[in-house]
Design a protein around this ligand. Structure first.
Ligand code: ATP
Ligand code: MG
Length: 343
């Protein structure tokens, strides 16, 4: 079995790399790296300036903290705004060509033409052949990513949806979750919400909120610089007792919108997934999850048990250490690197 594995997180404003190594059943962090990405390199998930992206990947690989990369094989996520998953119901599929049934049914639900996408599928429950989860991504995007990676002298070994990757980094391999849970990923440019149930991601949505967008609201309202607004966001958060109610005026209304989406997703899950039970636990990840008091605020608004997560849950501490305030931002890169090691 391969002992080294690396993951490459391609986000709109940042590329991150993590290399892990398995030694005596222990998974250790051996290197990491970060490069900021200027505007215009990626647009709506597509790499539109391939040349610049390749230069950034090159810098990322040549400026790692820790050991040099020893492999060219990498795992990458597909852009969340372009991937689409949907639970479809099949009538009495016994005796029918399952793939044909799936394709016919998928055509009714996906926002693309079936010829334009790559399609993947799985049963939610292997005993129930009437419920199938499909995942699609436009071929244009997959080919676009593959081309940039190949030009960077890398070998893409997997392209997967980000929710799958995040679940791998934040949930323990040893203590399996016994009930469905929800995960909120608060990134710089986008916010993802997904459900994780028995190793399957039956539901994901993208919310219009973004952590950088929140900074922008604060900047405009308080007429301060972006840097100052970022400081206000990080120090104030949802602390209502501080700073003359700014938190209640500026930050709380935005987080209430997120809470509403979470409650709606919970109803949707109960109605569409043959379950009468609501989801009780919400896990937070992404840089924006570090906002002070966010967990207690969301507990109140959603009536769920809210937990902060550690993307290094499956990684043992060693010499190479990620800066503490950046660990949450590395969740995707860590999850990608873990892909080949979780056996
Ligand atoms: N302590 C903190 N309190 C509040 N917000 C924070 C804190 N630390 C980081 N953030 C916010 O987290 C965001 C960055 O999150 P993250 O690193 O997960 O984004 P990303 O993965 O680069 O972007 P995306 O996933 O949107 O492409 C920024 O908006 C930043 O302001
Ligand atoms: Mg992210």
């Amino acid at each position: 079995m391969k002992n080294n594995s690396f993951g490459l997180d391609i986000s709109e404003r940042a590329f991150r790399l993590v290399q892990l190594k398995k030694i005596n059943k222990k998974i250790k962090l051996v290197s990491f790296s970060y490069q900021a990405v200027p505007k215009g390199v990626l647009k709506e998930g597509k790499i539109v300036d391939s040349k610049k992206a390749e230069v950034i990947i090159d810098k990322l690989i040549n400026n790692v903290t820790g050991q040099k990369l020893i492999s060219k094989v990498t795992n990458v996520c597909l852009p969340e705004q372009k991937t689409f998953i949907k639970l479809i119901n099949l009538d009495y599929p016994e005796g029918k060509n399952i793939l044909e049934e799936i394709v016919q049914e998928a055509k009714k639900h996906i926002p693309y033409s079936i010829n334009e996408v790559y399609l993947d599928w799985q049963y939610i429950d292997p005993r129930d052949k009437t419920q199938v989860l499909i995942g699609v991504c436009p071929k244009e995007i997959v080919d676009n990513y593959q081309e940039v990676l190949t030009n960077s002298d890398l070998v893409p070994c997997s392209l997967e949806i980000e929710a799958v990757t995040l679940a791998r980094s934040i949930f323990s391999f040893k203590e399996k979750l016994t009930e469905p849970v929800m995960v909120l990923d608060l990134g710089a440019r986008r916010t993802g919400l997904f459900i994780y149930a028995h190793n399957v991601i039956p539901f994901t949505i993208s919310l219009s909120f973004s952590s950088d967008g929140l900074t922008e609201i604060i900047r405009k309202q308080l007429k301060i610089t972006s840097k100052e607004a970022e400081k206000v966001k990080r120090s104030l958060g949802l602390n209502s007792s501080k700073a003359e109610g700014y938190s209640e005026k500026l930050i709380a209304p935005e987080i209430k919108k997120i809470a509403k989406k979470i409650r709606e997703a919970n109803y949707f899950y109960q109605e569409h997934f043959k379950t009468q039970k609501s989801i009780k636990k919400l896990y937070l990840t992404g840089g924006g999850s570090q906002m002070p008091n966010l967990d207690t605020f969301l507990t109140k608004e959603t009536k769920m048990k809210v937990h902060l997560t550690n993307p290094l849950t499956n990684v043992s501490l060693d010499k190479v250490k990620l800066p503490e305030n950046q660990v949450a931002s590395y969740a995707t890169a860590i999850g990608l690197a873990l892909r080949n090691l979780n056996t």
